[in-house]
Design a protein around this ligand. Structure first.
Ligand code: G4P
Ligand code: NA
Ligand code: NA
Length: 195
């Protein structure tokens, strides 16, 4: 998705070498046409992979998952975030440490919506440290599902999430990969992949 890079350059705000603000089109205000194109692009990549369910985390993964799920013709499921550690036999739970917010929260998914035969694609808006994706991976494993891959709109390749997934042998499809960025020089994308 070449136009996504142009879109990010135009609309994104590089706040620092670590933080890219995308709240005018991706994670606060949302451009529905862009998100539907993102969904189609993700679906195109996975159309022959036998995906039975897309999984994300509330909140900013939901519209991306919706668009991809609509294009693939499968349901999507979003993990809920909660502060309280509620013991329950009805849900799978995982702890997620948010580097950005410097706090740990729990994510939960009802057991009834993940079956052992499911082939799952994780979708999210931004891959940074990969803490959220790691938590989802734990739940998917606990449910006995197959994790087919992880697809994100923006990967900040200089942070640890991508390496963690590469090391774990999980295929990653990122629509825009940021090698580096700074308020002065702007954004440098990784473009060696035909995306
Ligand atoms: P992770 O998402 O890869 O686990 O990494 P991290 O723990 O560093 O990120 C925590 C939250 O911060 C995530 O939102 C992530 O999307 C967001 N984040 C990380 N880097 C950036 C960035 O450069 N720009 C923006 N806009 N957000 C960033 P979340 O927990 O999924 O929250 P929500 O947005 O879904 O509510
Ligand atoms: Na997110
Ligand atoms: Na986010």
């Amino acid at each position: 998705m070449r136009e996504l890079q142009a879109y990010i350059r135009k609309e994104g705000q590089v706040l620092s070498e670590q933080v890219l603000k995308v709240n005018s089109f991706l994670n606060h205000q949302v451009d529905p046409n862009l998100v539907m194109d993102i969904g189609k692009t993700i679906a195109e990549r996975y159309k022959d992979a036998g995906i039975t369910k897309i999984v994300t985390i509330e909140a900013s993964g939901i519209h991306i998952a919706f668009a991809a799920a609509l294009s693939l013709g499968v349901p999507f499921l979003y993990a809920k975030k909660s502060k309280a550690i509620t013991q329950s036999n009805e849900v799978y739970a995982a702890s997620v440490y948010s580097f950005t917010r410097q706090q740990t929260y729990q994510i939960t998914i009802s057991k009834e919506f993940l079956a052992s035969g499911d082939k799952v694609l994780i979708v999210d808006d931004i891959l940074a440290e990969g803490a959220g994706v790691r938590g989802l991976g734990e739940i998917i494993q606990a449910a006995g599902c197959e994790l087919v891959g992880v697809s994100v709109v923006i990967e900040k390749s200089f942070q640890n999430g991508r390496k963690m997934l590469d090391d774990a042998g999980v295929p990653v499809y990122a629509l825009a990969r940021i090698a580096s960025m700074s308020p002065e020089k702007g954004i440098e994308f990784i473009t060696e992949e035909p995306i």
